[in-house]
Design a protein around this ligand. Sequence first.
Ligand code: ZN
Length: 61
Amino acid sequence: MAQPFETIEVTSHTVACDGGDGPLGHPRVFLEIPEDTHKVVCPYCSRTYMLVDEGEDDQAA
Ligand SMILES: [Zn+2]
């Protein structure tokens, strides 16, 4: 079954995408995730990268 849009959860504002193996593969590009939307779509393979909060910076001082 084809999944046209894959969503990948990341914890970094900068992600590298190469489309993986198969027909969606493309030269590696770096994508910046905006603070306001918390997600970015790769212009090559249409994968969605979603920023998730890992919580490691959320500890009280
Ligand atoms: Zn891609």
